[in-house]
Design a protein around this ligand. Sequence first.
Ligand code: URA
Length: 288
Amino acid sequence: MDDRLLQELSAWLDFYRDMGFEGLYLPPVSERTRSSPATNSAGGSAPGPSAASDATDSNEPSGAAPALGMLPPQSAQKANAAPLLPASSRNFSLFEPAPPPPKLKETLDEIRFDLGDCHRCRLSQGRKTIVFGQGNPRAELVFVGEGPGADEDEQGLPFVGRAGQLLNRMIQAIGLRREEVYICNVVKCRPPGNRTPAPDEIETCSPFLYRQIEAIRPKLICCLGAPAVRTVLGVKEGITKIRGRFYEYAGVKALATVHPAYILRNPREEKILREDFEKIREFLRAAR
Ligand code: URA
């Protein structure tokens, strides 16, 4: 066997070992010649891999040992049982590349790592801390606010100031705990003087928000205030007009409501937020 072939075979054996196989089973010569249709014109055995796949494709009665089988982990073996071939190995030979592994979903940690010590827009110049998001990475409910304020910038956590306390009360009022949900913002750095984030800042930062939503895939997104509604849902109508309505973002239901800071400025409107949070409760109850 030449070196290249040996290297290839060794790589395949490593591959099967990594999959949990613990050994090779080589049936006696008599059985091998009987069960393997893969013989060359000189009557000798064809190269191993096609022998393995051909044996399972042959018209042999079921239970016939393949010419060359990989032994599954001992826990899966029965005494004297014919060696099993994993389903995934039946249709490709040892000398063809295995299909690529399925792409895994991004995690929040990976997205945070990618964000890094971000200087992608001018908001980085005035911020103390990046406020990425906080909460349950498998939350059923994600809240999206506008951007960090002074308290959030100080602590590196979203909604920890007065608006955050109101949000916490609303979350509790519908029977949830803050730790159960996930809370984040359209932009991750505090806009100077708490101004509304500019369109180019939102454009730069929002891909991280979209990736967070995709990583969590909640049952419901709650957009708090106009910038969140515009960014996530693309809806430009006034928030007081469309609040309480359900939309959809990438196959996930999304509710538009007012920002808690609006209620702090207009305390008589608190019933609006209560009403919309009742819709959240109802939606999640029906979705369970
Ligand atoms: N307002 C927001 O929009 N987000 C916060 O994190 C805090 C206040």
